[in-house]
Structure formats: C-alpha cells, structure tokens
Design a protein around this ligand. Structure first.
Ligand SMILES: [Zn+2]
Length: 124
C-alpha cells in the first residue's frame, strides 16, 4: 500500500499528502473523489432502498468495532437495506477514526514509556 496520495495537483504534480487509511487519496483528494461520485449518483434516484428501521449503533471505540460496523454495512448495502451513500460515508469516516486510534495508541504507549523511565531515574 502506497502512503502517498494518488491524485495530481492542479499543476499536474503528484500530490505528496499522506493517504487516508484504506484509500488511495489524501483527505483533500478523497473528498474530491467522493464529491464527484456523489454528483454522478445525484443523477439517479435512489428511492429503491428500503426505509431503514431506526438503527442505533454504539460509537465504535476499537478497530474491531469499526471492522464490525463496516462488515455489517457491506451486508446491508448488498441486501439493499443501506443506502450506498451512507455506507460510503461510514467507510470514509472509518479511515479517520482508525488513524486517530493509531495515534492515540502511540501516545499512550509513549506516556507509559516516559513514566517508566522517570521511575527508573528516580530510583537511581
Ligand atoms: Zn492528494
């Protein structure tokens, strides 16, 4: 997986921004792709999706939660219970959520390491 955005800038240079996890584009170009996709979909009427029953899901708090939400979304889109636009938004937000889990995790580990080394220094 490449870590650099696959899009080109207006000047035709390769975009150097890091990609959003699970996509080929940075946050900015991913947005443009999505906007274009929504534009194409806007032409069609998506009225053949069943009105979903009110769904309440707990806010995902682990990568595992995200995995489950996305897996269920795939099933629901396939069964036409979920509007692909909603699913696409879920997938999009999941990328950011995963990224924030990663950085939070790194921060917590760093804090533990710092505590441990401080404790060591205090003893000596
Ligand atoms: Zn980009």
């Amino acid at each position: 997986m490449s870590d650099k955005c696959n899009a080109r800038t207006k000047l035709g240079n390769k975009c150097r921004a890091p990609t959003v996890v699970g996509t080929q584009f940075c946050a900015f170009h991913g947005d443009l792709e999505r906007a274009a996709e929504l534009g194409r979909m806007g032409g069609r009427k998506n009225r053949h999706y069943l009105d979903p029953e009110p769904i309440t899901i707990a806010p995902p708090s682990t990568p595992e939660d995200i995995k489950n939400v996305l897996a269920q979304a795939m099933v629901d889109v396939r069964a036409k219970r979920l509007d692909p636009r909603t699913a696409s938004t879920l997938a999009y937000m999941s990328g950011f959520l995963l990224k924030s889990f990663e950085s939070t995790d790194v921060q917590q580990r760093l804090a533990r390491l710092e505590d441990a080394s401080r404790a060591k220094a205090d003893k000596s």
